[in-house]
Design a protein around this ligand. Sequence first.
Ligand SMILES: Nc1ncnc2c1ncn2[C@@H]1O[C@H](COP(=O)(O)OP(=O)(O)OP(=O)(O)O)[C@@H](O)[C@H]1O
Ligand SMILES: [Mg+2]
Length: 421
Amino acid sequence: MKSPKLHQFPFGKERVFKNGWHQEPNSMSDYLDRIGSGFILLNPDPLDFDYIPEVMVGREAIQGTLAGKFHSIAHPNGSANVVITGPVGSGKTLLARTFCRDIEHHLRNKRPLRSVHINCRNATTNVRVAQRIVQSLDPGHPDRGLSMGELLSSLRKLLRNNGRHLIIVLDEVDHLLRKSGNDLIYQLLRIDEDQDGSGTLSLILISQEQVLDVLENAVISRFGHTNHIPVPPYDLKGLIAIVRQRAEAALNSRSWDEDILKLIATSAAPSGDARQVIELLGAAVEHAESDGHKSILSEHVQTKARDVPQVMPEDVLDELSGHSMLVLLGICRRLRKAEFMTSKDVESIYAVVCEEYEVKPRSHTTVWKFLKHIEGLNIIATRVDTVGEGRGRTTHISMPHALPMDVAARIEGRVARKLKR
Ligand SMILES: Nc1ncnc2c1ncn2[C@@H]1O[C@H](COP(=O)(O)OP(=O)(O)OP(=O)(O)O)[C@@H](O)[C@H]1O
Ligand SMILES: [Mg+2]
């Protein structure tokens, strides 16, 4: 039996090293070069969910409404109580945090204020929340063994000695209400009743749910129905503005463009959740950097978008007719090279695909119906832009939730069979 020949490489004149490498490795840590290279990521902080940006973008009207509720706060006895509700990622927490930060600064020479922000998901009992409030004013305050009455009386004393107005934000307050009822809130609203002062504290309650319905009448009458601020989910424009702010703060300006931001925002648009655009941007940066790219490409967004809940199930393509598949195949081919295409592009590329499969293209109206059907299945997303002054509207099509080349491959595997039927 012939013994195997070791270290034999059929590479002619190429220099071959004993270890089998064709080129000498430059250094042991070459693979780390892209970390900290500054090609894409300059500062990771703005991609963190807890990062508080200097400016809350696109919420000026709601910020104005909130400020309006606090119109009396500059006066010695002024206070306010507000309930903020809205869906996940609609900016409720950021609204309250930026308001507290800005109002403290704004009134620094008029009325001393301070604020405490408590997330009730981690503090679901009245005593726990009361402890957190007291400790925010006196960090050395004992955190165990005190009753609710003792904590409230400590709070009264601290507020009086401190001479500052306190804004208490109870975030995700539904967790507290569900577990422990509204007794603490009721007590906080009455904090001034047995002493001379008034307006010593303000309350901001935040929840995804309509908490006003859960509160007892005694609390509601003190809050007043008019002090409810509903926050709507973000629309596409709002999401683009948010992701742009993060990209500008975190990334090298040469590493992204407007179309990448639009693609990210389009992917998150069905939920209107700002957290999703920040997460997608972060994931796209990670993909781009690990691929060794100096800028973010649409595929870096789409690879991540496949993991978010709107993912396309394996069998969704089976719902399409043969010609819908051809329309989609055309779309995929174009979107491999561009983030967006127009509906006019769809028709021309569909005609080319029909030629390839030797079938006659369907009419303009039918192609439009196919497009709507494909959109309804969440395979593509469409956005309508008005072009110029009343000169008609253009539909822009993108595929934010999947990689066009994957979808194309899946169609190519089944379209011929479908067309034969
Ligand atoms: N208008 C905005 N400008 C800049 N960043 C925003 C804006 N709205 C939301 N964000 C960011 O999006 C993320 C989600 O916002 P936020 O935490 O305020 O949402 P939420 O309504 O409190 O959500 P949840 O109901 O899950 O608590 C945060 O990182 C926040 O900084
Ligand atoms: Mg929140």
